[in-house]
Design a protein around this ligand. Structure first.
Ligand code: AMP
Length: 254
């Protein structure tokens, strides 16, 4: 049975509770002076890695958290380490130019350096909703991928992963190494306790640049525009079902 070296993705994104605004140039959402946090699906990925290590303490030798982006990514890496990741790597790059393919290439370079054999990413980052990085990474590595995991088990060198699909559950098996992406119901992430937040400050956080890893992160896609949804029209009240039906007919909804 091989040793398991887990790598988890930790993207710093605008906090899920913040009301998103488009920037004045209409090229992106406004990120200045806005609260950021660890991507919620990545919290789930970290939690799953920690639970796997707790279940298989003699097999999991390392949980490595990775974040690519601005210097502030260090904050989310400290959160991941306070939750139980052993150490972290930050790849410093301009957030506005990083696209999923570039992130997948950076992850591949680190995986090859660190000999990781189980990658757990979130199913999507809640800022750009790309849902691409895990799939591209598995493609670049030629590893099996199991996306949208809602349950993960490891028996010897085989992964058994359940996914929620339309109308039920699908259970797949794969050998390690593999890439998993975490869905919402995989687990409920723990809160980092104060003593663990203090301990996380002493854990190793190494910073690289894309050049150090030999990765070209030049964007492949150009954002043409970003627009807000049209403002919602005010509603009205009706006195009866008949009036409701005639109103719906008036606006072409029936
Ligand atoms: P996406 O393909 O952008 O929706 O992201 C899917 C997952 O890939 C995220 O939940 C993270 O686990 C990982 N990921 C994407 N971008 C980054 C990043 N800049 N830093 C760390 N992890 C990332």
């Amino acid at each position: 049975m091989s040793n398991i070296r887990i790598l988890v993705g930790c993207k710093r994104v605008i906090d899920y509770a913040v009301k998103i605004r488009v920037n004045a140039a209409r090229t992106a959402v406004e990120t200045n002076n806005v609260k950021h946090s660890l991507n919620p699906f990545d919290e789930i990925a970290v939690e799953e890695a920690v639970r796997i290590k707790q279940r298989l303490p003699s097999r999991v030798s390392d949980i490595l958290a990775i974040s690519c982006g601005s210097a502030k990514c260090a904050e989310v890496l400290r959160t991941a380490m306070a939750m139980g990741a052993d150490r972290a790597i930050h790849v410093e790059a301009d957030d506005s130019t990083l696209q999923p393919l570039a992130v997948a290439k950076l992850f591949k370079a680190i995986i090859e350096k660190e000999n990781s054999n189980l990658v757990i990413l979130g199913k999507q980052a809640i800022d750009d909703d790309s849902n691409q990085t895990g799939q591209m990474l598995a493609g670049l590595l030629s590893w099996p991928q199991i996306t949208f995991a809602s349950n993960v088990n490891i028996e010897d060198d085989a992964l058994k992963v359940t996914r929620e699909v339309d109308g039920g559950l699908e259970t797949l098996s794969s050998k390690l190494p593999a890439v998993i992406t975490a869905d919402l119901r995989l687990n409920e992430p723990r809160f980092a306790t104060l003593p663990n937040i203090m301990k996380a400050k002493k854990k190793s956080l190494v910073t690289y640049t894309p050049q150090d890893l030999g990765v070209d992160i030049t964007p492949r896609l150009e954002v043409l525009s970003v627009t807000e949804p049209p403002p919602r029209q005010g509603g009205g009240t009706v006195e009866s079902v008949d009036e409701l039906i005639s109103k719906l007919k008036e606006v072409g909804a029936l």
